[in-house]
Design a binder for this molecule. Structure first.
Ligand SMILES: Cc1cc2nc3c(=O)[nH]c(=O)nc-3n(C[C@H](O)[C@H](O)[C@H](O)COP(=O)(O)O)c2cc1C
Length: 436
């Protein structure tokens, strides 16, 4: 049964996990989180990752605004080894909203300037962060002008709220060109790597599961066709922009009928995602960010929470079950592919206990990195606090209230309404005053 977070001590938390039938990993020793990790071309200072989090605050042309810059400078000052920039669209029509970052020839300088400032700010922490940018097309969830304009690989009656545009193979080839072009611009802008986003219901994961897409080189029963968009994009980037690293944020199970990594009933079936991971490995991909679920269909899967969005019903499952599902899923992939450093997701529900759980997960070889999403909005300096004090401050952590998501779903700039109240608490007040 769902329950809000109410665990005053570590014992309370571990007891609850036990009642739910599992053992939550735990370590008092935080050193695994502060071990550097060496990729062939870059040494990452520690195991903390700022997860990609859309801020809905770009200029109309997709450039980072002062508010976007503020978010990234907060991250840079916080001490995470990897800053994984949010979903940045590669085409205007694939933006999730009119203020989604979008990289193109006319504004890539603005990303360069942002990265310079990010690195300058990070110097004060003694860390040179590894900068990844998540490139995307929002597919079914495109709203380039604020209104839904779904563009899909194939119909899915469970998800389609209005008749979508089905992208043609030629459309998809053009979109691959844009991913490659965006990767070149990202390289010139100073990013270390690009992530071809393949999760959370957007276009690339939609293609991975597009069995219903007939007579196409990018869909149907065979995995070789469904995997083509992602793998061809990766191959072309490696070929045409060899200087930049390539990674993917991968849904290892969408957990809805017709999604990727599921059986006929929508339950997890990892066989195809494992096959895909093997093909990533054979291409030399050495970093993958693991996630599951769709924020639009089963939000408790990708981000276990205390409060649902207004109007949504509380899920049946306990948020700790969501946390554990992600730990176990990541572990399965990490153990099967030790050559790939996996980033584990969905820790914010654990508040200040999260680093203890993550340290154990990393020590046990069940992930290499710990990625924080909502907690990075709330408490970007958690890594530095941990380094200085050995513990995170419970008064600063995310409380999984869904306020940040509520803002962006209403096309407002996203951030923490509780811990970064001056800006985002006020945004929420305005939203409530507007009756939303
Ligand atoms: C407001 C908001 C924006 C998000 N934007 C992105 C995004 O741009 N790309 C992405 O892969 N995930 C995105 N996510 C998911 C987070 O990266 C993360 O997986 C999720 O919040 C669970 O981690 P957490 O428990 O640390 O918050 C977003 C989540 C929220 C709440």
């Amino acid at each position: 049964m769902h329950e809000r977070f109410k665990y005053r001590t570590r014992e309370d938390l571990l007891l609850k996990a036990g009642e739910l039938g599992f053992e939550l990993p735990w370590s008092d020793d935080m050193t695994p989180l502060f071990q550097p990790f060496n990729f062939p071309v870059f040494s990452v200072a520690n195991r903390f990752v700022v997860q990609p989090m859309e801020g809905y605050d770009s200029g109309n042309d997709g450039s980072p605004s002062d508010l976007s810059k503020r978010r990234y400078l907060r991250y840079a000052s916080g001490g995470s080894g990897i800053i994984w920039f949010e979903a940045v669209s590669v085409v205007r029509e694939g933006r999730s909203n009119p203020h989604q970052l979008w990289i193109h020839k006319k504004n890539s300088d603005a990303f360069s300037r942002l990265n310079e400032e990010v690195r300058k700010n990070a110097v004060k922490t003694g860390i040179d962060p590894f900068l990844v940018v998540q490139l995307t097309h929002s597919g079914r969830y495109s709203r380039p002008d604020g209104k839904a304009k779904p563009q899909v690989a194939a119909l899915n009656p469970l998800l389609d709220k209005m008749p979508p545009v089905i992208l043609t193979d030629d459309d998809l080839k053009r979109i691959i060109d844009r991913f490659v072009e965006a990767s070149m611009l990202a390289y010139k802008a100073g990013f270390n790597a690009v992530d071809i986003k393949a999760c959370h219901g957007y276009l690339v994961v939609d293609l991975l599961s597009a069995k219903a897409r007939m007579n196409s080189n990018f869909g149907g029963n065979e995995t070789s066709r469904r995997f083509r968009f992602l793998l061809e994009t990766i191959d072309r980037i490696k070929d045409e922009v060899p200087e930049i690293g390539v990674t993917t944020r991968l849904s290892i199970s969408d957990l809805y009928r017709g999604g990727f990594g599921v059986d006929e009933n929508g339950g997890a079936d990892f066989s195809e995602p494992l096959l895909l991971a093997d093909q990533l490995k054979s291409r030399g991909i050495n970093l993958v960010n693991i996630t599951m679920g769709s924020p639009y269909f089963n939000p408790q899967v990708s981000r276990p929470y205390d409060n649902p969005l207004p109007g949504q019903v509380l899920p049946e499952e306990h948020p700790l079950e969501g946390v554990m599902r992600m730990i176990n899923g990541t572990s399965l992939f990490q153990r099967r592919f030790p050559e790939i450093a996996m980033v584990g997701s969905a820790w914010s529900f654990l508040r200040h206990y999260a680093p203890h759980v993550g340290a154990a997960v990393i020590k046990n070889g069940d992930a290499v990195f710990m990625g924080f999403g909502r907690n990075s909005f709330a408490y970007p300096s958690m890594p530095l606090d941990l380094m200085k004090n050995g513990e995170a401050d419970p008064r600063k952590t995310c409380i999984t209230c869904s306020g940040c998501t509520r803002l962006i779903r209403n096309l407002r700039p996203g951030g923490c309404v509780i811990r970064d109240r001056e800006i985002y608490g006020n945004e929420l007040k305005k939203l409530i005053a507007d009756g939303k």
